[in-house]
Design a protein around this ligand. Structure first.
Ligand code: SF4
Length: 113
């Protein structure tokens, strides 16, 4: 039996999940899925920054397009640290496609002229 807080929406339901993956406390099905995923294959969104080569002292924010396995967070961060981009940048531009085969792209989240 484990207790956790659902982070799928701001309501933050208190969930309980047992060894057979039965979930209680969720106000909607997304909470049950979150609890099962958290017990079997926890995933997280990652936000970070990459260097903008053609602007002095400039970085641009990036994020994963979908959540990635929690155990790969540091390796994904290492991949992000290897890349840099040129301005202009546009929200949604892909910096790394399918990072580490996770199915998640690293995408830009800020416009720079
Ligand atoms: S269980 Fe549903 S309503 Fe409750 S926090 Fe999760 S997503 Fe929101």
């Amino acid at each position: 039996m484990k207790e956790l807080t659902c982070i799928v929406c701001p309501r933050g339901c208190r969930l309980t999940i047992d060894d057979d993956l039965n979930v209680t406390g969720n106000s909607c099905p997304r909470g049950a899925k979150y609890a099962v995923d958290e017990m079997t294959n926890p995933k997280r969104m990652i936000t970070s920054i990459v260097r903008v080569k053609n602007r002095e002292n400039c970085v641009v924010s990036v994020k994963t397009s979908v959540s990635v396995p929690k155990g790969l967070i540091f390796k994904v961060m290492e991949e992000i640290e290897k890349v840099s981009v040129n301005a202009p940048t546009h929200i949604g531009d892909v910096v790394i496609k399918d990072v580490l085969g996770t199915g998640s792209d690293i995408v830009i989240t800020k416009e720079i002229e």
